[in-house]
Design a protein. Structure first.
Length: 128
């Protein structure tokens, strides 16, 4: 599986009108893993694969540690920095610059998650 093609699909889907807001709302409400969710769409639509709860659970398990130890902490720091001056007394401009750096790291960590999912799928397909 080509991670570049999968990433392009995810970015395109995320950018569709109203889609980002809906996905982010669901992420806040229920903890939706947006990358995993869109990866499953990719498997269904571009790879013609059947996606069921078992497959989703397997994929989620393959990236669970990465999400818990890297993505979630980065997201928490980014969110905290959004209100850094009010909550922490940090100067607004430097905190906003740092927030941009953390946001970039968070995005990169999500891209790594996708690459992990692509490798997982490749191993799974090879074993079938």
């Amino acid at each position: 599986m080509n991670p570049e093609a999968a990433w392009a699909f995810i970015v395109e889907r995320y950018a569709a009108p109203g889609r980002a807001e809906a996905l982010l709302h669901e992420q806040e409400r229920s903890g939706l893993d947006i990358v995993l969710h869109l990866f499953m769409e990719y498997l269904r639509e571009r790879e013609g694969r059947a996606v069921d709860d078992t497959l989703v659970a397997e994929a989620a398990a393959a990236v669970a540690a990465w999400r818990a130890q890297v993505i979630t902490p980065l997201r928490s720091v980014r969110r905290l920095l959004k209100e850094a001056e009010a909550q922490l007394g940090a100067p607004a401009q430097p905190a906003e610059e740092l927030r941009g750096i953390v946001k970039g790291a968070e995005l990169r960590s999500e891209r790594i998650e996708l690459e992990m999912l692509c490798r997982w799928w490749g191993r799974r397909a090879a074993a079938a």
